[in-house]
Design a protein around this ligand. Structure first.
Ligand SMILES: O=C(O)CCC(=O)C(=O)O
Ligand SMILES: [Fe+2]
Length: 394
């Protein structure tokens, strides 16, 4: 599949060395010159469809690029505890706290809450703490009709940073000048996301974001700037429910085990595809059952995206057990939620207690089906702890 990239070289003001920025979108497609003068004005698009010209496309500043110069250490952080959780751990809050909100309703009995009539951008610090707890309890919280996409990159990053240090993706495309804004883009000019799974029956791939990190993410927030009229939903599965459904003998077995999560295949794949690796890969051995520091709830912490083996088991044992768990996580419709994106939707989830998947079911070559484009802000959290204090190692 063709992926159009255009290399440009610019010079930063602070450094004398040139900064190489590779565009991960087709400039032509997004330029006015690509629309002949004689072309009649197209009819107005459906409400959630992006227009592909920069003069009209409000979010061209957010189009995906690769900074091919900046590098970062493999392990981004000294050990820390994220600030909002510290208070919660001490307070040991009861479950089922809820933001005092006019419309805050569950999307399913098990996972997912939807909130309307409240702007993320207007939350007080106390409300952000409550929100962190609500996300931990409900797995994913979907905010509708948000102005978040229009508050500017500085304010967007500051909002994310409240919940923990911002993650820089080892290989992903990002917003120019802002490596903490991981790009989500699938359009006719960049099908890289789909092409990474060329031989699969389905685009569904459940994962917990970059779970190979030593201190993997807690809250991730995804903001879509352009939403297809239909298609491109996101699915989440509850790892607390997935754990709870298992029989006690299997729970007990898993509680004593760690699993290896690896960033190597992702980095190696990126290198093979000629992409820049800004952070060398790491792998971690995390408890298979993780205890959330704020709620005390147990959750499965393995995912088909990054978990490679269960430590200490024979190969066939590890494979069989992971196959069972991956199937369980992926097929449990009765503890999953599928969210349809609307203009102005922002979704926040807790990677400690959920796994999620993009659902790429639309034809990127049909302009009527639109462009799906957004950015992800990912916050790093605690070093995972399992049952009876079982800790991650690496
Ligand atoms: O595009 C989506 O629906 C989800 C992509 C994803 O996995 C993420 O943003 O972490
Ligand atoms: Fe993800």
């Amino acid at each position: 599949m063709a992926t159009t990239t255009t290399a440009t070289t610019t010079t930063t003001t602070e450094e004398s060395a040139p900064l190489k920025l590779t565009l991960a979108y087709d400039k032509e497609l997004h330029s006015e010159a690509s629309i002949p003068n004689s072309t009649p004005q197209p009819p107005p698009p459906p409400p959630n469809t992006a227009k592909l010209t920069p003069s009209q496309y409000k979010y061209s500043q957010y189009l995906p690029v690769y900074d091919e110069k900046s590098t970062f250490p493999p392990s981004p952080l000294p050990l820390h505890r994220p600030r909002p959780l510290r208070r919660q751990i001490q307070a040991q809050p009861p479950l089922h706290h809820h933001l005092p909100l006019p419309q805050n309703h569950p999307l399913t009995p098990v996972i997912g809450t939807e909130i309307r009539n409240l702007q993320l951008s207007a939350l007080t610090p106390a409300q952000k703490d409550e929100l962190a707890l609500l996300i931990a309890e409900r797995g994913v919280v979907v905010f509708r009709d948000q102005d978040f996409k229009d508050i500017g990159i500085g304010a967007q990053k500051a909002f994310g940073a409240y919940f923990g240090p911002l993650h820089v993706h080892p290989v992903g495309a990002h917003v120019a000048g802002h490596l903490e804004l991981h790009n989500i883009y699938l359009g006719p000019d960049n099908e890289y996301r789909n092409s990474r799974r060329p031989n699969k029956l389905s685009t569904v791939g459940y994962h917990s974001d970059v779970s190979y990190e030593h201190q993997p993410p807690g809250i991730t927030m995804l903001t879509l700037l352009s939403v297809p009229p239909t298609g491109g939903d996101t699915g989440w599965t509850s790892q607390t429910a997935a754990y709870a459904r298992l029989s006690r003998p299997i729970q007990v077995l898993l509680e004593g085990l760690r699993a290896e999560h690896s960033g190597y295949p992702q980095a190696e794949g990126a290198r093979r595809d000629g992409r820049f690796v800004r952070r060398e890969p790491v792998r971690s051995e995390h408890p298979v059952v993780r205890v959330h520091p704020a709620t005390g709830q147990k959750a499965l912490f393995v995912n088909p995206g990054f978990t490679k083996r269960i430590v200490g088991l024979k190969e066939e044992e590890s494979e069989a057990l992971l196959k069972l768990l991956f199937r369980h996580i992926s097929q449990g419709q009765d503890f999953q939620v599928r969210v349809r994106w609307e203009e102005g939707t922002v979704a926040l989830w807790d990677n400690r207690v959920t796994a999620h998947t993009a659902i790429s079911d639309y034809n990127v070559h049909n302009p009527q089906e639109g462009l799906r484009h957004g950015f992800r802000i990912t916050t790093l959290a605690d070093k995972p702890t399992g049952v009876d204090g079982l800790e991650s190692t690496w």
